[in-house]
Ligand binder design. Sequence first.
Ligand code: AMP
Length: 436
Amino acid sequence: MGFTEFGLSDHILQGIDAAGFEEPTPIQALAIEPAVAGKDVIGCAQTGTGKTAAFVLPILHHLAPAKGAGHSGKLPRALVLTPTRELCLQVQQAVVRYGKFLSLRSTSVYGGVGMEQQVSALRRGTDILVATPGRLLDHMQRKTVDLSAVRILVLDEADRMLDMGFIHDVRRIIAAIPTHRQTMLFSATISPEITSLASGILHNPETVQAGERRNPATTIAQHFYSAPQGAKNDLLAFALDAEKMQSVLVFSRTKHGADKIHRRLERRGIASVAIHSNRTQSQRERALEGFKAGKFRVMVATDIAARGIDVSGISHVINFDVPQQPEDYIHRIGRTGRAGASGDAITFVGREEQQYLARIEKFTGSRHAVKAYPGFVPSSPESHVKQGPAPRPVTKPRNKRGGNPHPRFQPGRKRTGHAKLESYSSDSGGGGWSNY
Ligand code: AMP
């Protein structure tokens, strides 16, 4: 498929040509057609997949004046919201680049710089406005921007926007935009929060997905250790010391779980902090700064809270629980081993979590042996309770030899080597964690 098949104007095709693009990327091949047809679109794609052109080209198509016609007015007709000022600038540069042979005007507004230049640019008039939510709200409050003519809205990196706590800002902005419009939402992941946001602001959207990263970076060493739920806190403390880990990101599936892990670590004298969506933006920023500065050895985070975290030097990611969505596994462990540095990703696998591990294996196309953590002997009461000598029969025992399905968790048995987890039963329907 070539760019000519989308029905884009010659001037836009010239811009694409000048950018040196020969073929649409997968996300472009999927998203441009419905977007050009005027449909609402949900695009699941990460940075680097060509997602910017996937929404910029249709915007140019819809707004480009007919040959010979001048500007249609001063008010922005397309609004792109981005989570960060870097992305804001990047998107506007893409608008300029791809729209090189058109006479559309674009402006970017973002925080951290003075308002005056932005006010002047808005006063002069713009067709396409690219903005970060906070600064756009400032302009709205000062009445230096008028969004009443917007008929195309794009939320770029929507998941990051939510992670960064912009949900209320985004909703206030959308409330000021005419409801009769085309809306496109791009996000690296489609979480329940994204689905809920999308359901309120998109109309009958076409969902397209491409460029998904399924394979973790090769710089990340992945380890899976068996751990009954009740022994995970002990194992965490044990592993932190055994491997002398210094900058560790621990993932918990729930906010409640994150707080609990954090409290247990503190009780053991391990400096830690928890970060999740119940924390205010400033609490989260302080936590992150403290972690970056080395004040906290461990940061405990939920999937959602950690999505926007970009901290270099995280040596270990520990999955306190196995993520239920394989995509979350890729995101979680991608916090370490960044920019070519090496990193270790450790996952604690409980008996009930085998099914999630199987999903990860299927998704990534690689199998992983689950081992006992060398030298760790679980001693928590729960781990004892869970390993009766004669467990109730399971429907599909994995242990072909029969007997105790958890031989590695016999109390007091000293473990020296690694063992596989095949003996675990998979009779559970899951841990019942649903609260992100
Ligand atoms: P993005 O994901 O939008 O940030 O784009 C990532 C990079 O891919 C940018 O440097 C684009 O210039 C480039 N790019 C976008 N579309 C194409 C294409 N169809 N062919 C080649 N490169 C592209």
